[in-house]
Design a binder for this molecule. Structure first.
Ligand SMILES: Nc1nc2c(ncn2[C@@H]2O[C@H](COP(=O)(O)OP(=O)(O)O)[C@@H](O)[C@H]2O)c(=O)[nH]1
Ligand SMILES: [Mg+2]
Length: 236
């Protein structure tokens, strides 16, 4: 089985090199290609990523993290990869754990593996982030009807066959920002794919910044797939 790591990155020149070289070093033999989607960065993200050994696709303008992941997924489908791993370009996820994230798929037991910081470890967890992350997963659990402890964790792996499923349409414009990831997770569960969570580590660097999410607007984006699902159920 062939595996690609998809990394959305916007203005991550300080961190993307560590991420790509860490994957190539610590997940050698497990990963066949690393693709960085440079999402309209105004810094040297693309150059640093390429020098570190990644394939790079650049969006000429910023489109959003969902659109960046979609570009990576399209590349994975076109190039017949069997497994997609998605992780952040801001060095918050540990490349040593790729093995753990893809094992349930390699063992042929699961189709989608969600990384969970609540089963794993968190370094420097900001209190506000802790509360919002917990509440999001609680809401996700109520809507999806399945216990997911860390639904907003961007570290995950899935079989490419899921995104080829005609009933799951990632090519919708409204998914361009923070909507695509919870949409994919929710649809994967709804369509009956086998999903599990594995422990992962999340690192927060207070000095370098750990998130580009904007209060209110980004929360609306990430909640939108769940709110849509509720309205969809009410209307039928
Ligand atoms: N916020 C944001 N992140 C983007 C965008 N395009 C790509 N990314 C990347 O998506 C990853 C996760 O973003 P981040 O804001 O750290 O999300 P968080 O860690 O979940 O709070 C990082 O590697 C970003 O560089 C974008 O338009 N907005
Ligand atoms: Mg981050």
């Amino acid at each position: 089985m062939s595996t690609i790591v998809i990394i959305p990155a916007m203005d991550e020149e300080k961190k993307i090199g560590i991420v790509v070289s860490g994957i190539l070093k610590y997940a050698e033999g497990l990963v066949d290609e690393v693709i960085v989607i440079d999402d309209g960065s105004s810094d040297k993200t693309a150059i640093v990523a390429e020098k570190s050994g990644a394939t790079v696709i650049s969006h000429p303008k910023n489109k959003g993290v969902g659109a960046a992941i979609r570009t990576g997924i399209d590349y994975a489908v076109q190039n017949n990869f069997d497994i997609c791993v998605v992780m952040g370009g801001d060095a918050q996820d540990d490349p040593h754990e790729i093995n753990r994230v893809i094992s349930p798929i390699l063992n042929d037991t699961y189709d989608f593996v969600q990384g969970s910081r609540f089963y794993g470890a968190v370094v420097n967890f900001p209190i506000f982030r802790k509360i919002t992350t917990y509440l999001f997963s609680l809401f996700f659990k109520i809507v999806a009807g399945v216990k997911i402890t860390d639904a907003s964790n961007g570290y995950r792996a899935f079989r490419t066959k899921i995104v080829k499923d005609q009933k799951i349409n990632l090519h919708q414009h409204w998914l361009d920002r923070y909507e695509l990831e919870p949409y994919l997770l929710l649809q994967t569960i709804k369509k009956g794919y086998k999903i599990t969570e594995v422990p992962v580590t999340k690192m927060y660097f207070k000095e370098l910044g750990y998130s580009k999410m904007k209060p209110i607007l980004s929360w609306w984006h990430i909640l939108r797939p769940l709110i849509k699902e509720i309205f969809h159920r009410i209307s039928i």
